[in-house]
Design a protein around this ligand. Structure first.
Ligand SMILES: Nc1ncnc2c1ncn2[C@@H]1O[C@H](COP(=O)(O)OP(=O)(O)OP(=O)(O)O)[C@@H](O)[C@H]1O
Length: 349
């Protein structure tokens, strides 16, 4: 594999929350390398820790949250040691920016969209006055807003949902970040608009040489945009690889379950597959493989000992005892064996 430069290196990160006198462990020694210029997707069910994990890179954890171990290395700096807002201001937006699911919560309803972009430019870059307005208009054009110089003076409520999401992306881009984290960027939008926003993000990634991290529970979104996929379960990354490796040669039973629940695989008239059981209680210590109680193919050892990563290829690894040379042969479910039929074409776009 060509050796790419790491832009972010997360090692054994532990994030906890204090809640009513108890401690909840949301991230359990998760590690992740992100390479410059790549597009990485973090997928997993609601509550698996995707948002908490990425928010910890930006100092955006809720007040009751704290890092209790591990490192977050970004450009020679260890962000896990950052405590003060004045340190985070140098990173947030400027180096690492985030686009959230619901555009209305990220926009100020009382200010024109142009002013919001202009202010962001002036806060982060050395441009003022007329030039920053011109730059704001250019960015509005970049994110696909037609008649940008006229729309500059519009308020957020005058835009449709998809257009508002474009404005939120414009604000994120205006800071000139190196990493753009997109947290469920299309969940609140209808299907055609979703595709447009994903295409826009792909285009901007190329133009601005961005590293993009998508957070989503929807593997369908991932098929279209990600170079690599990280699968998260109960606060840990249980499988990671190139998108085609995770889609066409998945190894962790949780990835099998996620893939089996893809709506694209649903047969007409049949109920969609859904993963049985519930995720573990994060207030309690987890023993063994966290997915074991929900895994119909679990081995005895899964309930006792946490699996390490086993490598499948230089770019693909998974934390499951099924990959241990001593494990019995367990086949993935039939339904997910020919996924290239569904996604093969799309990935080559
Ligand atoms: N402020 C908080 N206090 C207590 N627990 C929290 C807090 N924020 C998050 N959590 C818990 O951390 C775990 C991970 O949450 P997180 O929001 O990262 O999940 P997620 O995978 O992003 O899910 P979703 O897709 O629903 O956002 C969950 O169990 C959640 O309840």
């Amino acid at each position: 594999m060509e050796r790419k430069e790491k832009i972010l290196e997360v090692k054994d990160l532990v994030v906890k929350f204090r809640l009513r006198g108890e401690i909840l462990t949301a991230i359990r020694k998760a590690s992740l390398d992100v390479y410059k210029g790549e597009s990485l997707a973090i997928v997993g069910e609601s509550g698996s820790g995707k948002s908490v994990f990425t928010k910890s890179f930006m100092g955006l954890l809720d007040k009751n949250g704290f890092i209790d171990g591990g490192k977050i290395k970004y450009m020679e700096k260890d962000l896990s040691t950052y405590k003060k807002e004045k340190d985070w201001i140098k990173i947030r937006g400027k180096e690492i920016a985030m686009v959230f699911q619901e555009p209305m919560t990220s926009l100020n309803p009382l200010k024109t969209v142009g002013k919001q972009i202009k202010e962001t430019i002036e806060l982060h870059r050395d441009i003022r006055g007329k030039s920053s307005k011109e730059e704001a208009i250019k960015i509005l054009e970049d994110v696909g807003i037609s008649k940008a110089s006229m729309r500059y003076d519009s308020y957020p409520h005058e835009f449709s949902g998809g257009m508002r999401q474009r404005v939120v992306i414009a604000i994120a881009i205006a800071c000139n970040p190196k990493i753009l984290i997109c947290d469920e960027p299309t969940t609140a939008l209808d299907v055609t608009i979703q595709a447009q926003i994903l295409n826009l993000l792909k285009r901007l990634k190329k133009k601005y040489n961005l590293t993009t991290i998508y957070i989503t529970h929807d593997l369908g979104v991932v098929a279209n945009v990600a170079d690599r996929v990280a699968v998260m379960y109960a606060g840990d990354i249980v499988e990671i690889g190139k998108a085609e490796e995770v889609f066409y040669n998945p190894k962790h039973p949780y990835t099998w379950a996620l893939l089996s629940s893809l709506p694209q695989l649903g047969k007409k008239g049949e109920a969609l597959y859904s993963i049985e059981g519930t995720p573990p209680n994060l207030f309690e210590e987890i023993k063994g493989d966290a997915f074991a109680p929900r895994n119909p193919r679990a081995l005895n050892i899964d309930f006792v000992k946490k699996p390490p990563y086993f490598s499948i290829s230089p770019t693909h690894k998974a934390k499951t005892w099924l990959l241990d040379p001593k494990a019995p042969l367990v086949e993935p479910p039939e339904g997910i064996k020919n996924l290239n039929k569904y996604f093969g074409g799309k990935r080559d776009e």
